[in-house]
Design a protein around this ligand. Structure first.
Ligand SMILES: [Mg+2]
Ligand SMILES: [Zn+2]
Length: 290
């Protein structure tokens, strides 16, 4: 029997990496713009705000190589890297879903030598324009019209430019997965958590928005919920899913086939009796007819 096919989905900021990549770039290169970010984030969608701030960063004379070296200070824990290798060893498909952008994510994945392990990155498309300013396409995944609402405030959860729930449904329609392991921390990881099935696992970072959303809407998530503090905890969960979980299901299969063999053995042992009782019936029938 082939191994079950698993889809692993990682959110990027504060999940696969241990920081927010947008914040780090501004933190390292312009303290005033980092402060401005705090002011703007309540009145603008995140992606629109970043487009504005990165244009301003460029206008202050910040170069492409300065931005690229700032990105290298985004930390990825060695145990997260082990999670990626473990998932790949077990033939899982690995997808990153993030409201950051393609330049940030590609650069960081290449830096940590894990780019080749990722099958799919669903994020906002970005490119360096002719003047080496970053242009982010804030319509890469728009028109998804998600209506998932916050259970307490009643407000819409997903940003206009990306609904990860919609993207997860699309992936699950493209191919049949036996189980999904989703790793996330933020508000926009709530909608995909609602799409998960009872065979799936959602790994929720403790102390962050997703944990509160899930606890406030008790019972809305069908998947098994595992809470984590750091990458070591996630590695432990992956160990459970890919190693111990597989061992358990193999053990179940072995037990089932042993039961089947035993049952067959019992039938085989009883065949002479069955035959002789058949013969007895036959002889009775014959006698009857006589
Ligand atoms: Mg996040
Ligand atoms: Zn959504």
């Amino acid at each position: 029997m082939p191994n079950p096919k698993t889809l692993v989905v990682f959110d990027f900021d504060w999940s696969l990496v241990d920081e927010d990549s947008d914040c780090i770039v501004l933190e390292k290169l312009s303290k005033p713009l980092r402060t401005k970010m705090n002011e703007l984030q309540h009145s603008m969608e995140w992606i629109d705000m970043m487009a504005v701030l990165l244009k301003e960063l460029h206008s202050t004379g910040t170069t492409r190589s300065q931005i690229e070296s700032a990105l290298l200070s985004v930390p990825m824990h060695p145990s997260m890297i082990s999670c990626l290798h473990m998932a790949k060893r077990h033939n899982a498909d690995i997808t990153i879903m993030s409201d950051a952008n393609t330049i940030w994510i590609d650069h960081i994945l290449i830096h940590y030598g894990v780019h080749h392990l990722i099958d799919n990155v669903i994020t906002n498309y970005a490119e360096w324009d002719a003047s080496n300013c970053i242009a982010i396409d804030n319509n890469t995944h728009s028109q998804q019209n998600c209506n998932t609402i916050h259970s307490i405030t009643g407000e819409k959860i997903c940003n206009r430019n990306l609904c990860k729930g919609h993207e997860l449904r699309r992936l699950l329609n493209l191919r049949e997965y036996d189980n999904v392991v989703y790793v996330g921390d933020g508000v926009n990881d709530y909608c995909p958590s609602l799409q998960l099935r009872d065979t799936d696992v959602v790994c929720v970072r403790k102390g962050r928005a997703l944990e509160k959303l899930i606890k406030d809407s008790y019972g809305s998530v069908r998947a098994q919920i595992k809470y984590w503090n750091d990458a070591d905890d996630v590695l432990e969960i992956f160990n459970d899913v890919f190693t111990r979980g597989r061992l358990k299901s193999e053990e179940k299969e072995r037990n089932a086939s042993t039961r089947m063999c035993l049952a067959r053995g019992m039938v085989a042992k009883n065949i002479p009796k069955i035959l002789s009782s058949n013969r007895a019936v036959k002889s009775l029938e014959n006698n009857w007819h006589l």
